[in-house]
Design a protein around this ligand. Structure first.
Ligand code: 5GP
Length: 174
């Protein structure tokens, strides 16, 4: 499979070393609360799969799907709910698992939407964060890596719906 012009941002080894560390931090924070792990589709599915296989505490998993980007690399500023959670979250501890927090718009929308349902608390685990781009201030407690302001692809993140299977992360050079 030919890759677009790129540079490697995170190697497979770096990623695989970080995941158990994050899982341990999360366990310390909510390991006794039987959290509901809410995976934000599609981008977070690989990260979430690796993360929860490092969990040694009771938890459940649900999925939510929203869209904020088309197939282009720039945000449209519009968030649409495509698939809601299957179960109520009232009184529960929720771990929202995201692929990347860029402007924060998507997360802000999700956070506010779920908060109305009166969970005990909502914490966020994001594989990647682009702090320089932040416009919405949403608390992200667990961050895998800070990345520079480039369009990143791989480990669940797509480029025109492709390359989600890459075990490493690349930055696209236009
Ligand atoms: P935000 O709403 O924070 O601006 O953008 C969040 C969503 O946009 C992410 O969940 C992700 O789907 C997409 N996104 C933002 N930056 C990137 C990027 O560099 N690469 C890819 N593949 N998706 C991105």
């Amino acid at each position: 499979m030919e890759l677009p012009k790129h540079r490697v941002i995170l190697t497979q080894e770096q990623i695989q070393a970080r995941i158990p560390e994050l899982a341990r931090q999360i366990e310390q924070d909510m390991g006794t609360e039987n959290p509901l792990v809410v995976v934000v589709l599609k981008g977070a599915f690989i990260f979430a799969a690796d993360l929860i296989r490092n969990f040694n505490f009771p938890h459940q998993v649900d999925f939510i799907s929203i869209s904020s980007y088309g197939s282009a690399t720039e945000s449209t500023g519009v968030v649409k709910l495509l698939k809601d959670l299957d179960e109520p979250i009232k009184g529960r501890t929720v771990l929202l698992v995201e692929d990347i927090v860029d402007t924060g718009l998507t997360l802000h929308y999700l956070y506010e939407m779920l908060k109305i349902r009166e969970p005990k608390r909502i914490e966020v685990a994001a594989f990647l964060s682009k702090k320089a781009r932040r416009e919405y201030n949403v608390p992200v407690k667990f961050v895998g890596f800070e990345v520079p302001n480039v369009f990143v692809v791989g480990y669940g993140l797509d480029y025109k719906q492709m390359y989600r299977n890459l075990p490493f992360v690349i930055g696209i050079e236009e």
